[in-house]
Design a protein around this ligand. Structure first.
Ligand code: GLU
Length: 287
């Protein structure tokens, strides 16, 4: 990127697997407001590593919705699906350090074996394949069994010692606080999925560094995942941005907005006659 190293750079990084709703609009507006406050730049990044769920028409719709809101960004827009090679290299660096291992468990294997949950409430992977012997690993890899690669989190943490990151409040420039990361709460996370040399965690860390992101603005629901990101930054020798975790926009039942729960998209609201100012007011950012 052509940014000066000291220039603040922020990003809004949606996944193109549906239309944007008010929760996305709020996140984007927080990001652009913060960039303006810091005298920096807000980038759009398309997180489309999931080939099955990502659709080009949703990417086009994201661009249209954000422009309608009055937001702009420098081109070209980074599309994660074009960077598999770069993520594979980062994954290989972790493999060479002996920090990734192949896991052959299915979702139902894990659900049956787990006796705890991760911070998102999903079954916590109990480490089933961590101690497979080399012979069995090779045999199953050569046989073409479906495989994903997991981080040996305990081993990784033994390399890094205490991990912390800086969090700032709603004005992004105020009250920096230090948070201590506890990536062990997530167990051995998947970093390379079946048929894809990356996962959300790996791509996000690689791209935040590649794009010189200085401030990450994301919802509070992503706060716990930051623990893994900080660990990966340390293992890969990448800088850690400053983090701001914004409030979530909730529906009438007090649940986070989600397309799967039928939350109305910005396009639906627009069709009903909403203006960008109506959106700002609805998320508490309007005059
Ligand atoms: N792509 C992620 C999402 O749509 C968010 C990216 C991030 O903040 O790291 O939820």
């Amino acid at each position: 990127m052509s940014q000066k190293p000291s220039s603040p750079v922020l990003r809004f990084a949606p996944s193109p697997n549906g239309r944007l709703h008010l929760g996305h609009a709020y996140s984007a507006l927080v990001t652009w407001n913060a960039a303006a406050l810091l005298g920096g730049t807000a980038l759009l990044r398309i997180e489309d590593i999931d080939a099955e769920r990502s659709k080009p028409e949703f990417t086009a719709a994201i661009v249209e919705d954000l422009h309608w809101l009055g937001l702009d960004w420098p081109e070209p827009v980074l599309q994660q699906s074009e960077r598999m090679q770069v993520y594979a290299q980062a994954g290989n660096r972790l493999r060479e350090q002996g920090l990734l291992y192949p896991c052959f468990c299915s979702r139902s294997d894990i659900a049956a074996a787990a006796d705890d949950t991760d911070p998102d409430g999903a079954p916590l992977y109990p480490g089933t394949c961590r101690h497979l012997d080399r012979g069995e690993q090779i045999e199953r890899l050569e046989r073409g069994d479906p495989v994903q690669f997991r981080l040996d989190t305990e081993r990784a943490m033994a390399r890094t010692g205490m991990l912390s990151f800086t969090v700032v409040g709603p004005l992004v420039t105020d009250r920096p606080q230090i948070r201590y990361a506890r990536p062990e709460r997530w167990g051995d996370v998947v970093l390379q999925r079946k048929g894809t040399p990356t996962s959300y965690h790996l791509s996000v860390v690689v791209d935040d560094a590649a794009q010189g992101i200085t401030h990450v603005t994301r919802g509070r629901d992503m706060e716990a995942a930051t623990d893994i990101h900080v660990l990966l930054q340390m293992l890969l020798g990448l800088p850690s941005p400053i983090y701001h975790f914004h409030r979530l926009i909730l529906d009438d039942a007090g649940k986070k907005l989600a397309k799967s729960r039928g939350s109305q998209s910005l396009a639906d609201l627009r069709a009903q006659g909403w203006t960008p100012d109506d959106v700002r007011r609805a998320v508490g950012l309007g005059g």
